[in-house]
Design a protein. Structure first.
Length: 312
């Protein structure tokens, strides 16, 4: 396993890291034992960064992860969780300072820790950005100053929200998803700005929430039908060459030198083993180029959050 520095922090994250949302049975029903074994397998393979949220499975993912971490030395893992999002509807978001502080305490209790290494504001495009900038981020920075968290970050889908935040605050890191992948690598447009500000980058969902898998996108996927059809063509192309597109998607994502870590989510120990093995190889550059051509004229993004927070 290779490790990379996260921005200006003192954290070195494994290039492949563990996204714990499947522990909340958000993709399929799992047993606690299966989830716990997956976490232990990840740690045994050198994965040292684990990410979760109270939103995943309505706190179930945090609870299961806390059970998995019981008895494991705290210095063996880097842990992040989130605050602000607690459900799928706009009414389920609360970015007030009071709720952020309470949410952190609740998360630490479920996870069995005294502090988290990183606290993220979860999907800030679902918030009034004035509140995020005037109340939520100052709250995060106050928690950091008080020693209740080590580092502060934000997550989201539109790239615009990251640019707005880093133009006003010195945050430590961002967590982005679906924006640096074979079908859409538009994150690259703002990476120079993030690098200049020494903001660490964590990338999630290099398969585009299932688009670039042999199983295919789930029914609820927000992408257009055109995007889903293009993804099927990309999967078929890889199959014709005897390559698992998920392997290529992961290799492409971790290949960017500015991305500290790429999150993969699973509740299957065998899948963790495969992902770590795949990460040890370089992506096939010619195949990457062929796949990117498939998506060249396809609308590859979707709306997430308030209209005013979308990319232009």
């Amino acid at each position: 396993m290779n490790y990379r520095q996260l921005g200006k922090t003192d954290l070195k994250l494994s290039q492949v890291s563990y996204g714990a949302s499947p522990l909340g049975s958000v993709f399929r029903n799992i047993s606690e034992q299966e989830g716990i074994k997956t976490v232990h397998t990840a740690l045994d393979l050198g994965i040292n960064y684990l990410d979760v949220s109270p939103y995943y499975g309505d706190t179930v993912a945090e609870t299961v992860l806390g059970k998995a971490l019981k008895g494991i030395p705290r210095e063996q893992y880097i842990l992040s969780t989130k605050a602000g999002r607690y459900g799928a509807d706009f009414a389920d978001f609360d970015f007030s300072a009071k709720r952020i502080e309470a949410s952190l305490d609740e998360s630490c209790s479920r996870l069995g820790v005294n502090e988290v290494d990183i606290l993220f504001l979860h999907d800030i495009e679902f918030a009034d950005m004035r509140q995020v900038l005037q109340e939520s981020i100052p709250c995060l920075l106050a928690l950091k100053k008080a020693g209740k968290i080590r580092y502060a970050g934000v997550t989201g889908y539109p790239l615009k929200v990251f640019s707005e935040v880093i133009s006003q605050y010195e945050i430590d890191c961002i967590l982005t998803y679906c924006r640096y992948a074979l079908y859409d690598n538009s994150l690259a447009e703002i990476i120079p700005k993030l690098d200049e500000a020494s903001v660490g980058i964590i990338n999630a969902s290099p398969t585009g929430m299932g688009l670039l898998t042999e199983r295919g996108a789930p029914q609820w996927h927000p992408g257009s039908e055109q995007l889903k059809q293009a993804s099927l063509k990309a999967v078929s192309l890889c199959q014709s060459k005897g390559i698992d597109i998920t392997a290529l998607a992961l290799q492409f994502a971790i290949d960017h030198p500015s991305i500290a870590s790429t999150l993969v989510g699973t509740a299957n120990p065998a899948n963790i083993v495969k992902n770590v093995e795949w990460a040890s190889s370089q992506p096939d550059a010619s195949l990457v180029s062929e796949i990117q051509q498939i998506f060249a004229n396809v609308p590859c993004t979707w709306q997430s959050g308030y209209v005013q927070n979308q990319d232009k």
